[in-house]
Design a protein around this ligand. Structure first.
Ligand code: 5AD
Ligand code: SF4
Length: 436
């Protein structure tokens, strides 16, 4: 979501005719930090990066702005810790950037816009969008789930869905510019609920069906989903809509019912199992990804081992895992039975060892398959090669011409590694999502 917001900020400012994005901060007159508040480390990083960046500019007069969730949570406090910052603005206010910057130009200093506005920022953002082969579209924002550990409901606000017609117009505009893969974004994207212009209610499943009808859109993904908001329709779109990629990111956080209860997730391990079963029945090759937190208050060794056993049982294709980080203002920050840092570190390493083993195993199991790959760019690791992703989000590096960037090609997978695959190009024209 932050990457999406940064792209939209750049589009907005580039559209003013006053600002132009540059690749190197050394050439910038304005530097905007778009920040994340989800874990303490992310917040600390802002202040160290601000200091590092300022030093590297060697006294050059540059304006600094801080946006995103740290800005929303800390507001004026940011000026105290980094007095050279000129502007602070929250994630719901970035559409006001041109006006805020004008106020700075007019001589105001230390402006903080963290107010919650009634207006929709999306209406104020430019209609014209130019994505690459892959582009993101925010469809839902905010969260009402209030998991005991999480700051998102406080920084991003309550759940809110964008109107269907606005989303379809944005996707159509992107498709016209050559985008072939759309990522529908939301903090709780499967809680999407909105009406179209005819008053017809849409959930995420119906929205996906509509996006798939747009000319030029060959692939669709959505992130991130909550187990509580899963439903049968959303499972069925994986079977019915060939444009929907066979990949689902569905965070569970822990494999222990007691810990899930403490986290106030609103579901147990069995509910998660049920959805995995239904998804695999409907889309047997679906790649499943998840998020995990280790060391949540009250997680003892037995509870942690339940998580390890659950991971072994499900066999995730990919996962993100984190040490629990206490966030001010969340219920978990007040909980007893905190887990020691050294224990968190040890558990994270054990969990990641299992997750990595599964990921590598799953990658190796792909060898021999022929998959459609949307070519994203040149390979970072292997010079002279290009790279793209399979429907299951696996990165594939293979020999091929840069002229294929933006095209969907058929690739035979030849080698599975820990984080990626290697393959060999077998067809430069592959319009079907699944080449098998
Ligand atoms: N500490 C550690 N990880 C967290 N996440 C959210 N809040 C915290 C926290 N306080 C993780 C969850 C979530 C992902 C986006 O970040 O796993 O799914
Ligand atoms: Fe945070 Fe839970 Fe909402 Fe996800 S569902 S954003 S973890 S409160």
């Amino acid at each position: 979501m932050n990457t999406y917001d940064s792209v939209r900020m750049a589009e907005l400012l580039n559209g003013t005719g006053i600002y132009e994005s540059v690749d190197d901060p050394a050439h910038a007159d304005l530097i905007i930090f778009n920040t994340c508040h989800i874990r303490e480390k992310a917040e600390d990083k802002l202040f160290s990066e601000l200091g590092r960046m300022r030093k590297s500019l060697k006294g050059r007069d540059v304006r600094f702005a801080v946006g995103g969730c740290v800005a929303q949570a800390e507001g004026y406090q940011i000026f105290r810790r980094a007095p050279f910052v000129d502007l602070v603005f929250g994630p719901q206010n970035y559409h006001r950037l041109p006006r805020l910057l004008q106020r700075l130009e007019a001589g105001e200093s230390r402006i903080c816009d963290d107010a919650e506005h009634a207006e929709s920022k999306f209406e104020a953002l430019p209609d014209t969008r130019t994505g690459g082969p892959i582009a993101s579209v925010a469809v839902q924002e905010g969260c009402d789930k209030f998991c005991a550990f999480c700051v998102v409901p406080f920084t991003r606000g309550r759940e809110w869905s964008r109107p269907v017609d606005e989303i379809l117009a944005e996707v159509t505009e992107l498709a016209r510019g050559g985008t072939r893969e759309i990522h529908l974004l939301g903090q709780n994207v499967n809680a999407y609920k909105a009406m179209d212009g005819d008053g017809v209610d849409h959930d995420l499943a119906l929205l996906i069906r509509q996006v798939a009808l747009i000319d030029g859109i060959d692939r669709i993904r959505f992130v991130t989903s909550h187990p509580v908001d899963m439903n049968e329709d959303l499972v069925e779109v994986f079977g019915d809509v060939p444009e929907l990629c066979a990949y689902l990111h569905l965070p569970i956080q822990s494999g222990s019912n007691r810990v899930l209860d403490g986290m106030e997730r609103g579901h147990d391990v069995d509910a998660y199992r049920h959805w995995v079963k239904r998804l695999r029945e409907t889309s047997p090759d679906i790649a499943l990804a998840s998020d995990f937190i280790v060391g949540f208050p009250g997680e003892d060794e037995a509870a942690f081992e339940e998580t390890l056993a659950f991971v072994e049982e499900i066999g995730f294709d990919h996962a993100y895992s984190f040490k629990y980080s206490s966030r001010p203002g969340t219920p978990a920050a007040e909980m007893e039975h905190a887990v020691e840092e050294s224990v968190k570190t040890e558990r994270l390493a054990r969990l990641q060892a299992v997750l990595n083993r599964h990921q590598e195993m799953k990658n190796k199991a792909q060898v021999g398959k022929i998959e459609s790959v949307l070519v994203e760019g040149v390979s970072r690791r292997h010079s002279g090669e290009i790279m793209g992703r399979t429907s299951g989000m696996r990165t594939v590096n293979f020999a091929g011409s840069e002229s294929l960037i933006g095209k969907i090609v058929s690739v035979q997978l030849t080698e599975g590694r820990a984080n990626s695959l290697r393959g060999c190009l077998i067809d430069e024209e592959c319009d079907r999502l699944d080449a098998e």
